[in-house]
Design a protein around this ligand. Structure first.
Ligand SMILES: [Mn+2]
Length: 266
């Protein structure tokens, strides 16, 4: 009876199956947590979602690719050339998948851990981040969710302000929780830098001092290779969809499990 937190799957269902075999997953007693980006860029989105949706003991937070899928599925966006969402878009399960996904949270926490897709800026403690996440979640699960996707895209405002309202407010909250990599101590984001070379004036979001006592689990940032240099902030995206590894952390004893990506002919 254990809890495993699993990194970004992005449709790599074969590797997910191998990982579950590696740690002898028992669906009747083990809990699986997913840090988001279950889908896109990889080959088996529908299989991945069918598996996750079938689990009774699971927690999932939304990632930027999951939100992008919802935007495409609701007609607010078209797929880009690197998107691989056709298996979902063409599925007769599409309405059921949309309903399931738009009721997922952006943050999940228990007594010891908090899970988020990209990060939490040090200007917010976990409680404040969860409060702001609820603002986006209530819009996503409400009747006007399609309108949200028309306004979700964009990199501004780059910094939080308590006085923000409407779509700007929801956009910056969504960007912090699902796209954040580099920011300043005051929380100003740089959403264009992705690799390990930090843009001048910015640092990784997890490098700033914070008062939280909970341990943070996140994905999203494959380029850092699973290392943050912080004992209580754990990066789980090890770039499976880019040919590297899929990683899980057993929360009970902080043991890591990894499988190598399947070699694909592309
Ligand atoms: Mn992501």
């Amino acid at each position: 009876m254990s809890t495993y937190a699993i990194g970004d799957i992005q449709g790599c269902f074969d590797e997910l199956e191998q990982l579950l075999t590696l740690f002898n997953f028992d669906p009747t007693t083990d809990d699986l947590w997913f840090v988001g980006d279950l889908i896109n860029r990889g080959p088996k989105n529908l299989e991945t979602l069918n598996f996750v949706m079938s689990l009774e003991r699971t927690r999932v937070v939304l990632g930027n690719h999951d939100l992008h899928f919802l935007a495409v599925a609701s007609g607010a966006r078209t797929q880009s050339r690197s998107d691989t969402l056709d298996d979902l878009i063409r599925s007769d399960q599409l309405p059921e998948i949309i309903e399931w996904m738009r009721h997922l949270p952006l943050i999940y926490s228990d007594a010891n851990w908090v899970m988020v897709h990209a990060g939490i800026p040090s200007i917010w403690d976990v409680e404040k981040a969860a409060t702001h996440a609820r603002e986006v979640e209530s819009t996503l699960s409400g009747n006007h969710f399609m309108e949200f996707f028309k306004h979700m895209y964009g990199n501004s405002p780059a910094i939080w302000d308590d006085n923000l309202t409407s779509w700007d407010r929801l956009r910056v909250i969504t960007n912090y929780l699902t796209r954040l990599r580099y920011c300043t101590a005051s929380g100003e984001m740089n959403l264009t830098a992705k690799d390990k070379i930090q843009p001048p004036g910015y640092s990784p979001w997890f490098s700033f001092p914070r008062r939280d006592s909970k341990q943070i689990l996140f994905g999203h940032w494959a380029a850092i290779g699973g290392t943050t240099g912080q004992k209580n902030i754990i990066a789980l995206d090890t770039g499976c969809v880019w040919g590297r590894e899929l990683t899980a952390l057993r929360l009970d004893d902080r043991r890591f499990f990894s499988v190598s990506a399947v070699k694909r002919n592309s």
